[in-house]
Write a protein that binds this ligand. Structure first.
Ligand code: HEC
Ligand code: HEC
Length: 337
């Protein structure tokens, strides 16, 4: 698919610490019984154990530290109706299935891909997104307001077709008001109409060896399975709340999502995974593991009305997705529920 708006933007690659919310979840999960495993992961995440290797990427080596925009702390949320909306928006962002239950068809939350509550640079932060809309998107061929953009996230990343309402929040719904109030708050005093350093996911050029899900399976086993599970289905805590989100299958993002594209997933993964060990993977490993993840079946692309082949021709050209491709003798894209 030749969709420039889905191509992650070029950025430099710094390391950032794990979120406090994550550490809390890890501790909760530890209390739930996975103690040894989880404490080990926590140690790695916090840098108690240095899991890093030499970086091999010349682009990463050339990266200079950038002074990123600092969104205001939660303590700056005002009292009154504005503050109430910001808090509701934050709750929607952090735990979407619980707070937008009627419109969420999987177990993901916005924060799973926009880390630290949409605050973290190079994890497509909301403070950089806010000032870029309205913006033309090739994905739907029109000017998108921020509401349209969020509707897209519900449609694809949150797989709204499998929700109880059968789709994303309708236009004008309070879910959009509250999420936008939160984003607007995060972007307090940020410039408007310019791409900010740390916005989007830093693009990773396709390496010389291309991408290969067989190599990616080895990267996954060594670097990802501990948290996301051997079967990629993630892990829940003692209360059944997701601690590590699923990477494929019925509870993950659908075939139409940006993350289902190998280049976009490679960009996210290279800078942000394994969580707490930014820079551990080479560009090649990031592309290979992205290919591995995205060569598994996931919920159907909601734009598919006819056959997979037909939708592949309309919406999945460009060779950076396995949608409509045959892998291990199986045509991918049919969907799982
Ligand atoms: C499965 C991962 C995933 C989830 C979950 C997800 N997103 Fe996204 N989101 C993406 C990707 C990938 C992009 C494209 C990033 C880019 O442009 O580099 C994106 C882009 C965006 C953008 C535009 C960013 C920009 O700079 O233009 C906004 C706004 C956004 N998401 C909001 C949300 C909200 C709100 C939710 C929850 C309702 C959500 N996302 C859930 C992966 C996700
Ligand atoms: C230390 C545990 C840990 C490890 C190891 C780890 N992840 Fe993650 N991953 C997470 C957590 C936690 C999130 C959600 C982040 C949040 O909500 O703050 C996440 C989110 C993701 C997401 C976006 C959400 C989704 O479910 O699609 C992808 C994709 C992903 N990880 C891929 C990987 C890959 C590939 C590897 C191995 C290279 C990896 N992760 C290693 C903990 C981990």
């Amino acid at each position: 698919m030749s969709d420039p708006s889905e191509t992650p933007r070029e950025r430099t690659v710094p390391a950032s610490p794990p979120s406090r919310g994550l550490i809390r979840d890890l501790l909760l999960a530890a209390a739930g019984g996975l103690a040894v495993l989880i404490l080990g992961l926590l140690a790695v995440s916090l840098g108690w154990i240095d899991g890093r290797r030499e970086r091999t990427s010349p682009s990463a080596d050339a990266a200079r530290p950038v002074a990123y925009f600092q969104p205001p702390p939660p303590s700056a949320i005002p009292d009154g109706p504005d503050g109430d909306a910001i808090r509701r928006g934050e709750a929607l962002f952090m735990n979407t299935p619980a707070n937008a239950a009627a419109f969420t068809g999987n177990s993901l939350s916005c924060v799973n891909c926009h880390l630290d509550g949409g605050r973290r640079a190079n994890a497509s932060p909301m403070w950089s997104a806010w000032g870029l809309y309205p913006m033309f998107r090739a994905k739907n061929g029109r000017i998108n307001t921020m509401e349209d953009r969020i509707m897209g996230c519900f449609t694809f990343s949150m797989n709204a077709q499998a929700s109880s309402s059968g789709g994303p929040p309708p236009a004008g719904h309070d879910v959009y008001r509250d999420l936008q109030a939160y984003m607007h708050f995060l972007a307090t005093a940020a410039p408007s109409g310019v791409e900010m350093p740390g916005g989007g996911y830093p693009k990773v050029a396709q390496p010389a060896q291309g991408f290969d899900p067989v190599r990616g399976a080895r990267v996954f086993a060594a670097n990802c399975a501990l948290c996301h599970g051997e079967d990629g289905q993630g892990r829940v805590n003692a209360n059944g709340q997701p601690v590590f989100p699923p990477l494929w299958g019925p509870q993950s993002y659908n075939w139409g999502a940006g993350m289902a594209r190998i280049n976009t997933a490679a960009a996210f993964i290279k800078t942000n995974m394994p969580l707490g060990q930014t820079g551990r993977l080479s560009d090649q490993e990031a592309w290979d593991v992205a290919a591995f993840i995205n060569s598994h079946e996931r919920p159907k692309d909601p734009r598919q009305t006819g056959s997979v082949e037909d939708n592949a021709r309309r919406n999945h050209t460009g060779g950076k997705t396995y949608y409509g491709q045959v892998v291990n003798g199986r045509l991918l894209g049919g969907g799982v529920r």
